[in-house]
Design a protein around this ligand. Sequence first.
Ligand code: FAD
Ligand code: NAP
Length: 313
Amino acid sequence: MGETRHTKVLIIGSGPAGYTAGVYASRAMLSPILVQGIEPGGQLTTTTEVENWPGDTEVQGPDLMVRMEAHARAMGTEIIGDIISSLDLDQRPFVAKGDSGNTYTADAVILATGARAKWLGMPSEEKFKGFGVSACATCDGFFYRGQEIVVVGGGNTAVEEALFLTNFASKVTLIHRRDELRAEKILQDRLFKNPKIEPLWFHEIDEVLGTESPLGVESVRVRNVKTGKTQEIPAKGVFVAIGHAPASELVKDSLETHMGGYVKVEAGTTRTSVPGVFAAGDLTDHIYRQAVTSAGMGCMAALDAERWLAEQD
Ligand code: FAD
Ligand code: NAP
């Protein structure tokens, strides 16, 4: 039997939004509890250099998140390593249950569960996940020293991952379904200048091919989206970098969502469709999806929660 903890403000998520909410809620003397989830530090722990966090020309993503955690803790946020598995927003106080068996009751909730990597959704991708197919170059790039690999996608993540993987791989093929990248121009410049990277335009992966025993990737079959022609590209690693989807499963039936699962907030605030529940960061943002905007929304959520709690008193 787990224990039950009550808090004025429960923050769910430990990315830039969650930790910033922790800093502000602590300074408002709300003694928040922050539950970290399966990925303490959030998405930035899966990258290397971050070059657009104000005040740091360059900082390693994991280092930045360690600093944010320490900052929230120093201000008075209680940080708990647990995963919220259910959240009841029908009763007051709100009730969250953790995988640990613990229950958290809260007068107000700040949701900052961010986003998770999207997958292509083909059976062969699923089969080789962890055996050559990955969505995290910083986690798995090291295993592909001297090997040929492919990266799928055309956004900032795909380009950054392709560049990072050239530290290990002998060749990186960037497979994109169009002939234009979404990535920032500075990243595109670096990509086109890198002799180890070859873009393959107008192509999608049809199937990941490999060996059964031991399980491992050998190549991908790609298809030209214009002509339908297929070809095989040798690759020991396949890095899928096609974007992220909001992690809104906890609240998909209890809060209004839109644009494919993003939690809807009242314009210019972090107020959701349930009074006392606030949402911040990538969970609610289908446009900007940056560390600094997430942190900004975390600040807003703590201020919104503080005002709402004061009104209840
Ligand atoms: P996230 O960082 O997604 O964190 C979500 C948190 O919620 C995690 O801690 C997770 O454990 C927790 N959580 C989820 N479900 C639960 C649950 N059920 N219970 C408890 N906790 C839960 N942005 C930039 O500005 N600059 C960059 O250079 C940059 N580089 C990036 C590189 C990569 C590879 C990626 C993937 C993203 C990058 N981004 C960058 C985007 C940036 O990381 C995100 O915009 C930002 O992390 C979003 O912050 P967040 O707090 O909303 O959520
Ligand atoms: P994204 O910007 O949404 O880009 C996803 C890419 O994958 C697009 O090029 C898209 O193609 C492609 N794609 C989507 N579904 C596909 C499918 N089923 N098959 C093949 N290709 C598919 O995602 P992201 O690159 O992960 O970036 C997410 C957010 O994080 C962005 O806001 C980004 O700015 C931010 N971020 C920032 C940095 C940084 O600041 N340095 C680094 C990483 C991420 P189309 O272009 O054809 O749609």
